[in-house]
Design a protein around this ligand. Structure first.
Ligand SMILES: C[S@@+](CC[C@H](N)C(=O)[O-])C[C@H]1O[C@@H](n2cnc3c(N)ncnc32)[C@H](O)[C@@H]1O
Length: 443
């Protein structure tokens, strides 16, 4: 039964036209017309054009009606008819990108913690760091990663030690740690359903929002920025229906996926000033786990140091004047979602979480930290960028100064590793080296 027949009949009767007159004016046979109106036969596109013109109705609207009738009759199983139609819609929307989008969501591994672009990430140095720690420490039960950044160091520690403390000033990092590590109830299928709904969004049907108005056409392609803002707001709107872990997994999933389409060199101090290539956002869930042996903080390192005890504290602070809260301000804004007024070319929020370690007080802060923390071993990561041409990349604590600070509290051994530096484009690091200081604190 084709529904277009009923529509044509209603219009004809409203116009007060007899079927015989329709035959005369269109040349369509009377019995065919009657079968069409009874829904037993589909008019051909040409016949429909004639009829639309005769009745003075929009031809495209009627062709769409005809096509939808045709689609419905091809559905083999009405039980999943609606879902099939929704998928067909996505296929039309995404064209050739659809196959890879589908495979990415359904058949590939969830996104790994270490896959994020983050300045100073130690993802490539983990074996060396832990081999050095193993060879130079003993009886480690509690490990503290007090400037945890991406969390990749703490992640390895979680599989080795009885208790792991991780901390970072940034809101976005804190959400990411909770999403990847914290224990808590969550339903993976429920989160996957949210993600599928977000992947099916048509950005053309979305309104401009806080995120797209501020970051569209800069850090993200305009229509994808609309999608990101919509998704962020939707997560907030559903907060009451989500457990804390589900909420954190959705937010961290959003951050990890937009990192892959951001128009940047890996941080948000600046965006690339070229037309932005349109890469559709296709969310893939993060590899969230639950650990019982983790404690997560978002505090200033020096304040936290006064309250905790650990066997090893791993210290990997910022090395130069470039603040992480400014590098990753877009994620901070996205996570906090209090929609502040943003300013400057990079659309930054008002300053928050500015680190002492990026200032001329870095040496004092480090001295205070190593003195106040109750730890048997202090392990410090350090890289020498101080010969850099750019002053913002100069180390705030010089190599010898750091040795002096550590020697005040214990015996220090220094280990060196060859490593290529982060390079934002202009700065050249010629003799960049990565060091690990291991200090056994005096009793
Ligand atoms: C060099 S990164 C750490 C990188 C990390 N080890 C990794 O592998 O990803 C330094 C981190 O320290 C954080 N930070 C800076 N000052 C801080 C402070 N006073 N207290 C806590 N975290 C701080 C920054 O947000 C940044 O994530």
């Amino acid at each position: 039964m084709y529904q277009i027949g009923g529509i044509l009949k209603t219009v004809r009767e409203q116009k007060g036209v007899q079927l015989i007159d329709v035959q005369t004016q269109t040349g369509i046979d009377l019995s065919q017309l009657s079968r069409i109106e009874n829904g037993k036969r589909l008019p051909t596109p040409e016949q429909l054009k004639e009829l639309s013109s005769l009745y003075g109705i929009d031809s495209t609207t009627m062709q769409i009606q005809r096509q939808s009738d045709k689609i419905i009759t091809t559905l083999e199983n009405l039980e999943y008819g609606l879902e099939s139609l929704a998928v067909a819609r996505e296929k039309i929307l995404h064209g050739n990108d659809y196959v890879s989008m589908f495979c990415d969501t359904h058949f590939t591994k969830p996104i790994a913690l270490s896959s994020r672009r983050y300045i100073g990430s130690k993802a490539k140095l983990l074996d060396w760091i832990f081999d050095t720690i193993d060879a130079n420490t003993d009886r480690i039960n509690t490990f503290c990663d007090i400037f945890a950044g991406t969390g990749v160091v703490a992640n390895v520690a979680l599989s080795r030690y009885r208790h792991v403390i991780m901390n970072d000033l940034l809101y976005s990092n804190n959400i990411i740690y909770k999403a990847f590590f914290s224990p808590g109830e969550w339903d993976k299928e429920k989160v996957a359903a949210y993600i599928e709904r977000y992947n099916a969004l048509d950005p053309n049907k979305l309104r401009e929002n806080y995120f797209s108005k501020n970051f569209g056409g800069k850090f993200f392609e305009a229509s994808e920025a609309k999608r990101i803002g919509y998704i962020r707001q939707d997560i907030e709107n559903h907060k009451k229906e989500l457990t804390e872990k589900e909420y954190n997994v959705l937010l961290a999933t959003l951050i990890y996926n937009i990192d892959k389409i951001a128009n940047t060199l890996g941080h948000f101090e600046a965006y690339i000033r070229k037309p932005i290539e349109h890469k559709p956002l296709c969310l893939k869930i993060i590899d969230a786990k639950e650990f019982q042996n983790v404690e997560i903080f978002r505090e200033d390192s020096n304040k936290l140091a006064r309250r905790i005890h650990c066997d090893v504290v791993y210290i990997d602070p910022p090395y130069n004047s470039r603040q992480y809260s400014r590098f990753y301000h877009v994620y901070e804004t996205l996570v906090k979602w209090n929609k502040p007024k943003l300013s400057g070319v990079a659309m930054k929020p008002p300053q928050e979480n500015m680190s002492e370690y990026c200032s001329s007080r870095a040496g004092q802060a480090m001295r205070d930290l190593v003195n106040s923390i109750d730890a048997r071993y202090i392990v410090v990561s350090y890289n020498n960028t101080y010969k850099s041409k750019s002053s913002s990349s100069e180390n705030k604590i010089q190599f010898d100064e750091l040795i002096g600070i550590l020697n005040e509290v214990g015996e220090t051994r220094i280990f060196e590793h060859g490593h290529r530096a982060f390079n934002a484009g202009k700065t050249e690091f010629t003799d960049h080296k990565e060091f690990l200081f291991v200090t056994r604190k005096h009793e």
